[in-house]
Design a protein around this ligand. Structure first.
Ligand code: ATP
Length: 538
């Protein structure tokens, strides 16, 4: 079993994640968070919100920041005026390429189909497979043997040419064997597919009333820029944060929650003066990278990748991705956790003037339709900012750190999953499964166990449980051997287990066991709440 399979199975068994609508066979690309998963994801979102908004001190200049700044929050609707998506560019440009298979009738995202050139019996074909990284080579070999009508012992007669690559690198599909096909050349040429979910607003709605489920939370922030400015008296530089659901009709959702069709984003739009925007971009890029490190992602599996000039959106002067080497990806591959983009004044100007495009001279101008009028008209509202001291008026530049709550949660889960050796209650070394989650994210911060269900121990344990529960989520368990109870808590990431034993009843002390070091210390019951609080805060 691969480590990813073990993580997926643990998530289901212990109530972190379930497939949506599972009793009806599930719905591809949709996931439900179970009792422990909901706590974990809420903790990730709450940590982000605290670090970005509620604990931000606007009077202090954080390390590395160009100046002090303010931060506020917002919560916008999922369905917005359709014109928002026309001006943002999503209506015209938010698409992926897909290919259809004429034989299997399946649809794939063009760049996600991967395969390898292989030659046998005088014919060279591109064999593809849509499987997890670890199974890729074995599956390709099996498919090649089958295609050429060879047996397992003939594997040496297959001549492979180069490593596996994406179908997007292949020009002609004539000699391509599609992932679920038996014949060659069954894939159609790639076609565009808009990723926005469409819906109808109003009981009598026709297609003219079509609206879209937001594919990102950012646009709600841009269209409310003036409202926030006028109502909260913030001054530039400042940021607006939002956490909420986004929807993308991904062609091939895969890799557990990594690519879902309904997911949550944690987005910050930071508004600043154009002259300082580069410095702010660098500040946010580094600060967000440090956030993942601080919360436990190993430096060897995390990277900050600056986009090459040709990868960057036309209006931007810098974009970087924070990426993590998820265990389901091929060795050396990384998946995006968060993108930090310098968006210049593109969004505010688009909502003011109409959808912008680059002209032949490289300037941003309002895109024109065939009639010479703006293709998608903006709101006409003034989105500029006036500096009350200098009187300077300008359209702010925007730095956008855009993170996925589900991808972050998945990365923290993958990183936390460990199998190590630990002594059981008889002192024998046994393999144990442990989630070494950062205490801030752990669904339960502590568990309380009476050693046995008698001699006054449950009463003492229940009283302590009640006191701890006032402060944070705690689990109470009196069933089975204490070693088994420890294991059950290790597996869901509970950082501290507190045991009430015979001594506790007489001298009012308990033991606290640390999930990671397995160290046990004895301390007074009256000090437990303060000690656990101190440990999870540090
Ligand atoms: P990708 O290239 O992986 O599709 P993207 O570049 O389109 O991602 P953005 O538009 O920058 O992603 O979205 C910001 C963040 O939202 C991503 O870094 C990711 O964490 C999250 N996100 C985007 N699409 C999905 C999805 N389908 N499922 C889960 N999270 C997603």
């Amino acid at each position: 079993m691969s480590s990813m399979d073990k993580i997926v199975s643990l998530c289901k068994r212990r109530g972190f994640l379930f497939q949506s609508s599972e009793i009806y066979g599930g719905l591809n690309g949709f996931w439900d968070y179970g009792p422990l998963g909901v706590e974990l994801k809420r903790n990730v979102k709450e940590a982000w919100w605290q670090d970005m908004v509620s604990r931000h001190n606007e009077l202090l200049q954080p390390k590395g920041a160009p100046s002090t700044y303010e931060m506020v929050g917002l919560d916008c609707t999922i369905i917005m005026h359709p014109q928002v998506w026309k001006c943002s560019g999503h209506y015209d440009l938010f698409h992926d390429y897909m290919v259809d298979c004429r034989e299997s009738k399946k649809r794939y995202r063009y760049d996600q189909v991967r395969g390898r050139w292989v030659e046998a019996k005088g014919k060279k074909v591109f064999i593809t497979a849509l499987v997890e990284a670890e199974q890729e080579d074995a599956t390709l070999q099996q498919r090649a043997l089958k295609f050429f009508n060879l047996r397992g012992k003939d594997a040496d007669s297959l001549i492979w040419d180069g490593p596996a690559t994406s179908l997007a690198d292949i020009k002609e599909f004539e000699n391509v064997l599609a992932p679920d096909a038996k014949e060659l050349g069954t894939l159609t040429t790639p076609r565009e597919f808009n990723l926005m979910f469409k819906t109808i607003v109003g009981a009598l709605g026709s297609d003219d009333d079509a609206a879209f489920l937001r594919p990102e939370t950012a646009q709600g922030i841009f269209v409310n820029f003036k409202n926030v400015l006028d109502s909260s008296r913030v001054a530039i530089p400042f940021g607006i944060c939002q956490v909420g659901k986004s929807f993308r009709n991904e062609i091939t959702p895969r890799n557990f929650t990594f690519r879902s069709r309904e997911f949550e984003q944690m987005e910050l739009e930071f508004f600043c003066h154009p002259e300082t925007s580069r410095a702010w971009y660098e500040y946010w890029r580094n600060r967000r990278f440090d956030w993942y490190l601080k919360h436990g992602l190993a430096a060897v599996r995390l990277r900050l990748r600056e986009h090459a000039a040709e990868e960057i959106a036309h209006y931007s002067c810098g974009t970087a991705d924070i990426e993590y080497a998820f265990p389901f990806l091929p060795t050396g591959d990384y998946g995006e956790l968060e993108g930090i983009a310098h968006r210049a004044d593109f969004d505010l100007r688009s909502h003011m003037e109409g959808k912008l495009v680059k002209n032949a001279e490289g300037q941003l101008v309002v895109e024109q339709g065939p009639d010479g009028k703006p293709k998608h008209r903006g709101s006409g509202r003034d989105m500029s900012y006036r500096n009350e001291v200098s009187n300077e008026r300008f359209i702010p530049h925007v730095i956008e750190p855009s993170a996925g709550a589900d991808r972050a949660t998945l990365a923290f889960l993958c990183e936390a999953f460990k199998e190590d050796q630990a002594p059981d209650e008889n002192g024998n070394m046994q393999t144990r499964t442990v989630l070494q989650l950062h205490p801030r994210f752990a669904p339960f911060k502590a568990a309380v166990f009476p050693l046995v269900k008698k001699d006054g121990m449950p009463e003492v344990a229940m009283e302590l449980y009640g006191a701890l529960k006032q402060k944070f989520p705690v689990f109470y368990d009196e069933k089975g051997a204490v070693g088994r109870r420890y294991r059950r808590q290790d597996e869901v990431g509970t950082p501290y287990c507190i045991t009430v034993d015979g001594q506790s009843v007489s001298d009012k002390t308990v033991t606290i066991r640390d999930r990671d070091s397995l160290e046990q210390v004895r301390l007074k019951i009256d000090d437990v709440v303060a000690e656990i609080s101190r440990r999870i805060e540090s």
